[in-house]
Design a protein around this ligand. Structure first.
Ligand SMILES: Cc1cc2nc3c(=O)[nH]c(=O)nc-3n(C[C@H](O)[C@H](O)[C@H](O)COP(=O)(O)OP(=O)(O)OC[C@H]3O[C@@H](n4cnc5c(N)ncnc54)[C@H](O)[C@@H]3O)c2cc1C
Length: 468
């Protein structure tokens, strides 16, 4: 139990993205005071870097319930639930109005980048007095470094600001840093502000996720308008099942369509494909980029005459922030440890993640929680709806309402790329899988899926109402 002075301190919320602001809304609703630190000059700063991208989940999944209640008390015009917003619209129509509500605005510090979190007067090794020590937060501000204290910390800093490198080994490829001016990470606006950079150029896209898919489709459109534009798609592996997605079976229609359009583009020959291409080195040859891959059977694969590269290889959390805290992460996903088996992208897509809350999100450092995209670490299958339920549960636990904190519920859209209804690339793949189940079975709670031993298991825990 914390002493009263510490309990009266605000709860620090790190990051004013959708999940950080949702945490703030829940804190306010529960009578606690948030203190929100945002590195960017505006809220939703990461979403703002891909404003042009249309999300694949409709508004109904993108607005947190406590935030919605707060907004509706402040003459907010709610977008239609079934419409698909762009990332920019999420910022303009939801996050910015939310951040301007006085209860939030008065506790929001923009251009405040958190650089470290610790306990006041207690280093990582010291146990005595730890629980009673307030959190100390070191922050870079326009006026120089400052420190703040808080009773608890909700870390919603996401992963998008720390993009994975091109290097297949997880560290930058040799030459990557030197050629950084010709590489864009994430999802540049190919058809808008980036048009001049790509039109008429040979562009390589690296990655096998939805971000890569979006950039490839945008480049294909650009190539129609500027015929000199050519596109190379390089992936580290050979299976494209995940990015081609669940097609019609995807609970998020737009995501299913994205995968189907990409597959059609690939099938039409609109892309130069380089699969199993693991990048080791970049060099400059005749003013262009030469990309060198890892040798396969003594052959060193190379790609020449590349003008620009778009690296969409995922992102990772900034674990440096919590160096002085007692945190426990999954060794390879870098997610909060207990979450790893629930979200492992080898087993799960977004739609099969089990509801989880304050217990799974707790660390040995009591009072510190990573939430939102950061809680998933390097796993790419995070959905906003999951993050909103995370912060609802955590805030309920912070005020001692354990019944509400433990009552975690999630209504996630099925993806069709999960264990249940894979859109297989080849008929052989499909026939050999026990995921190939009749629709009637797939619609029930207990869906056959391959178990690690190769037999058919159950991809979802059976609910009391069915399969019992
Ligand atoms: C292209 C793309 C499309 C997506 N589409 C969907 C979709 O359709 N539906 C869906 O549910 N999910 C989608 N997601 C996944 C996910 O919902 C988003 O990534 C979402 O933005 C995660 O929210 P967040 O609040 O956890 O993190 P972020 O939105 O990344 O917010 C983190 C915030 O923290 C700030 N910050 C970072 N470091 C610091 C620091 N040290 N100090 C202070 N502030 C800091 C950042 O500036 C940022 O404002 C998509 C993701 C991507 C990349």
């Amino acid at each position: 139990m914390k002493n009263e002075n510490v309990q009266n301190l605000p709860v620090a919320v790190l990051g004013a993205g959708p999940v950080g602001l949702a945490a703030a809304a829940h804190l306010i609703e529960r009578g606690l005071t948030p203190l929100i630190f945002e590195a960017g000059a505006e809220v939703g700063a990461n979403l703002a870097t891909y404003r042009h991208v249309r999300l694949f989940s409709p508004w109904q999944y993108n607005v947190d319930k406590a935030a919605r209640r707060l907004l509706l008390n402040h003459a907010w015009t709610e977008p239609a639930g079934e419409d698909l917003p762009s990332a920019g619209e999420v910022v303009d129509r939801y996050l910015s109005p939310l951040a301007s509500i006085p209860a939030i605005a008065s506790h929001l510090l923009l251009e405040h980048r958190v650089t470290a979190i610790t306990r006041r007067g207690v280093d990582k090794v010291k146990t005595k007095g730890r629980e009673n020590a307030p959190f100390l937060i070191r922050v870079d501000t326009p006026a120089g470094p400052r420190q703040f204290v808080a009773s608890s910390v909700i870390d919603a800093t996401g992963t998008w600001s720390h993009q994975n490198p091109l290097g297949a080994d997880g560290i930058p490829a040799l030459g990557e840093t030197e050629l950084a001016a010709r590489i864009d990470y994430g999802m540049p606006d190919v058809l808008g502000s980036g048009r001049e950079r790509y039109a008429g150029k040979k562009v390589m896209v690296v990655g096998a996720g939805h971000s890569a898919a979006g950039s490839l489709l945008a480049l294909a459109q650009l190539a129609q308008e500027h015929p000199g534009t050519s596109i190379v798609w390089a992936t580290r592996g050979s299976r494209l099942t995940r990015v081609f997605g669940g097609g019609e079976a995807d609970g998020l229609k737009a995501r299913g369509q994205l995968g189907m359009r990409l597959k059609a583009l690939r099938d039409s020959g609109g892309l130069e494909m380089r699969q199993n291409f693991r990048i080791e080195q970049l060099t400059e040859v005749g003013g262009k980029i030469r990309v060198i891959g890892e040798a396969v059977d003594g052959e060193v694969p190379t790609l020449d005459n590349i003008d620009r590269i778009i690296c969409a290889a995922g992102a990772r959390p900034d674990l440096e922030l919590t160096r002085e805290l007692r945190v426990r992460h999954d060794p390879w996903l870098e997610s909060t440890d207990a979450l790893a088996p629930l979200i492992d992208p080898n087993e799960h897509s977004c739609g099969t993640v089990r509801p989880h809350g304050h217990r799974e999100l707790a660390h040995p450092e009591s009072g510190y929680y990573a939430v939102g995209a950061k809680s998933y670490g390097r796993a790419p299958n995070f959905l906003l709806a999951t993050g909103y339920e995370q912060v609802r549960s955590i805030v309920a636990a912070l005020v001692g309402d354990m019944a509400a904190a433990d009552d975690v519920q999630l209504d996630l859209p099925e993806t069709g790329v999960c264990n249940t209804r894979l859109a297989y690339e080849s008929p052989e793949d499909r026939a050999s899988s026990c995921c190939n189940v009749p629709a009637a079975v797939a619609a029930s709670c207990c869906v056959p899926a391959p178990s690690p031993d190769g037999t058919c298991g159950c991809s979802k825990p059976a609910a009391a109402s069915c399969c019992a």
